[in-house]
Design a binder for this molecule. Structure first.
Ligand SMILES: C[S@@+](CC[C@H](N)C(=O)[O-])C[C@H]1O[C@@H](n2cnc3c(N)ncnc32)[C@H](O)[C@@H]1O
Length: 218
């Protein structure tokens, strides 16, 4: 019975629980991803890292946010999960080559400039073991933010806008661009969609592209 149906107050932790759900596309393909060490770039509060650590992976998680990293380290310690959460810019990071059976770059590349996006994805691919997987999630030009940015903000690179209030850039992807980033890898699954995001703040929509690809075995 739900809290509402039982007449009690809604669970104040409900929002947190929603945020803790990992990316479902990743979850869907998890059975074919070899267990080992996973890399989570721009891990945020670690919803994917925690899920992966609970399902047989060791995780190296990186994020620039001091609070996110602290929150993730605390969660990992409390649950005794094998997660190393490290505060670092993903653009200045050096990772070990051929260490990871999975690299996750979820909802981060939109905040980077073109050269940085290419560099981060190349680095993640170099970090993969032969037969390793990469998961990318990015906003597409079907995102309502794209039309808004086009109308209001300066386009400093193709489909990249400077958002003055947040002092940051936002990039919106097209499918060919995502595929080009993963050139040379075997495409396992590709999904383009328009979905409601109920994970934070007021429910809102995003145009999304998600890809799972595999580095060929040597
Ligand atoms: C939308 S959140 C996504 C978080 C997580 N991947 C997820 O799917 O829940 C974007 C995250 O990327 C991080 N981020 C953005 N630019 C970054 C950079 N240059 N280096 C490291 N982290 C970055 C932010 O701090 C934020 O935690």
């Amino acid at each position: 019975m739900s809290d509402t149906a039982s007449g009690t107050d809604p669970d104040p932790q409900a929002g947190r629980q929603k945020r803790a759900i990992p990316d479902l596309f990743l979850l869907q393909y998890l059975p074919i991803i070899p267990r080992g060490v996973a890399l989570d770039l721009g891990a945020g509060n670690g919803r994917n890292s925690i899920f992966l650590a609970e399902h047989g992976f060791e995780v190296d998680a990186f994020d620039r946010g001091t609070e996110s990293v602290a929150e993730l380290m605390t969660a990992a310690r409390e649950r005794n999960l094998p997660i190393r959460a490290i505060r670092n810019e993903v653009t200045t990071l050096t990772i070990l080559p051929k260490r990871y059976s999975l690299a996750v770059i979820a909802w981060v590349l939109m905040f980077l400039r073109r050269g940085e996006r290419d560099g981060v994805v190349k680095m993640a691919i170099r970090g993969l073991l032969p037969g390793g997987f990469i998961y990318l999630g990015v906003f597409s030009t079907h995102d309502p933010g794209y039309a808004l940015c086009k109308e209001k903000f300066e386009e400093i690179e193709e489909r990249t806008f400077f958002v003055p209030k947040r002092k940051m850039t936002m990039h919106y992807f097209i499918p060919e661009e995502v595929k080009a980033l993963l050139g040379g890898l075997e495409e396992i699954a590709f999904k383009e969609g328009y979905e409601m995001d109920i994970g934070h703040g007021e429910p809102h929509h995003h145009g999304r592209i998600e890809v799972i690809a595999r580095l060929p075995k040597e």
